[in-house]
Design a protein around this ligand. Structure first.
Ligand code: ADP
Ligand code: ASP
Ligand code: MG
Length: 442
């Protein structure tokens, strides 16, 4: 048995948490490769090391120095090192890091140092070898993970090492510079390592006892999902359930390594198992698996009678969006209607009115209408495909809660139903869906 374990920011936040991490690792011989995040928040009002590092970079760019801000980084790491009884001269490591940050003047390099320092401390504390992610994780010239190169490097480098600690979140780009994944990316590093060493399981240790049916900040006491498929998880994490980075399943999915989400602070809880379809053991009583959502979308609603018989209609609409270089979130359609859902963030500085005008010119619609400040909420679950009346239950629950639905999109896989509601109804909507399916089902 071989396990790769990733410990997130809260698990690395201070010496007390790191001691718990060590107990978890020492408790199981098969936990041999450890990926760590930078220290996160110690309490609600604390600041993550990574956030402070990005601010260091801004200070450097704006004021030419980040000395004052870096003192915060220094203080936190020195305290952790002292509390853990680290013997090596960590002050010298921090001095060198501060110098390199000033020399390189790169946002990615600066941000990556949280994971680097965290892994250096952890390797010494556990007496494991430190293997730098810059030597094994590689991006291509487009900025995407170079999977083959990385996989090969992980395999050859770790084959000779019995136990190692690897910093998450970063690697090198095709020019040899340090590059990070997007925020939360240590989850991806863990998955890459698990695949490279062909682990039996990828344990992702965080501060909740698994994936909950919905965000606990919206529905306090939401239940833990015991088992979920990769595809369901992808839908939920893409739609904002932030426990695991939305891209973290890809490396392990291809080789069918299950992911187990676990709680560092409640290590006996079984957590959530994320498995391929064929390993999923249905208990047959769950209709939905989870609910997740994201705020701030814009819907462009286009109506034209007989649009279906007009060759190239959809292409001409989509080419307008493509011409502006924007990504489309969803394209729900009816017989005479087509909606384009976009992230509002992309539509600043008059882009939206340009798009609407160009659509008018390109396809002469009967009607174009824009709805802003929309939240998308996904109700996800394999169980929905087997049941009758799921949509009816969902829409009745929302009607009873007085929520107006601006858009509906049911994926062809019958794995999810996505609805658009006003941002102001976001929390109310998630609660209503939760009550209709999870509470009523008891
Ligand atoms: P880590 O630092 O360990 O990577 P994250 O903060 O990235 O941890 O992810 C864990 C957090 O995700 C939880 O503390 C919780 O607030 C949040 N969260 C959002 N949606 C969910 C959900 N559906 N189930 C569990 N946690 C969720
Ligand atoms: N430390 C990085 C972040 O805060 C990466 C991670 O924690 O996964 O985004
Ligand atoms: Mg995370």
């Amino acid at each position: 048995m071989l396990k790769v374990c990733k410990f997130g920011g809260t698990s690395m936040a201070d010496a007390a948490a790191i001691k718990k991490v060590k107990e978890i690792i020492s408790g199981d011989e098969s936990r041999r490769y450890i990926v760590v995040s930078a220290p996160g928040k110690r309490n609600k009002d604390d600041i993550k090391i990574t956030d402070t590092l990005y601010k260091c970079y801004n200070d450097l760019a704006e004021k030419g120095s980040c000395k004052e801000r870096f003192a915060l980084i220094r203080e936190r790491f020195l305290k952790i090192a002292a509390d853990l009884g680290i013997k090596s001269d960590f002050k010298a490591v921090l001095d060198a890091t501060e110098r390199e940050i000033a020399e390189k003047k790169s946002a990615d390099f600066t941000a990556s140092r949280g994971e680097y320092l965290s892994a250096r401390i952890m390797a010494e504390y556990l007496d494991f070898e430190f293997v730098d992610a810059e030597d094994i994780v590689r991006f291509d010239s487009q900025g995407r993970l170079n999977e083959d190169y990385t996989d090969d490097k992980v395999k050859t480098r770790l084959a000779r090492i019995e136990r190692a600690v690897i910093p998450g979140f970063y690697g090198r780009d095709s020019q040899g510079n340090i590059k990070t994944f997007s925020r939360g990316g240590s989850d991806i590093t863990g998955s890459i390592i698990a695949r490279g060493v062909n682990a039996d399981i990828y344990e992702n240790w965080t501060d909740v006892s698994g994936f909950l049916v919905c965000d606990p900040r919206i529905v306090p006491g939401a239940e833990t999902i015991r088992q979920i498929t990769y595809k369901e998880l992808r839908e939920l994490s893409y739609m904002g359930a932030s426990v695991l980075h939305a891209e973290a399943i890809f490396p392990v999915m291809k080789v069918k390594i299950p992911i187990n989400i676990r709680n560092t602070f409640k290590p006996d809880d079984p957590g959530t198992m994320i498995v391929p379809n064929e390993q999923y053991k249905s208990t047959n009583d769950e209709i939905i698996t989870g609910i997740a959502g994201k705020k701030n979308f814009t819907v462009i609603f286009i109506e034209k009678s007989m649009m279906n018989s007009e060759v190239g209609f959809v292409r001409r609409v989509l080419s307008v969006i493509e011409h502006h270089g924007l990504c489309i979130e969803h394209v729900p359609s009816g017989i005479d209607t087509l909606s384009i859902v976009l992230e509002s963030e992309q539509l600043k500085d008059g882009v939206l009115s340009d798009i609407v005008n160009e659509i008018r010119e390109n396809v002469s619609p009967d009607y174009v209408h824009v709805i802003e400040n929309i939240s998308l909420i996904a109700t996800v679950g394999h169980g929905m495909a087997r049941r009758k009346g799921v949509a009816a239950t969902l829409f009745t629950a929302l009607a009873n809660a007085g929520i107006n639905i601006a858009m509906i999109d049911q994926g062809s896989s019958e794995l999810n139903i996505i609805i658009g509601v006003a941002n102001s109804d976001y929390e109310k909507c998630i609660k209503a869906i939760h009550d209709a399916f999870v509470v009523q089902n008891k």
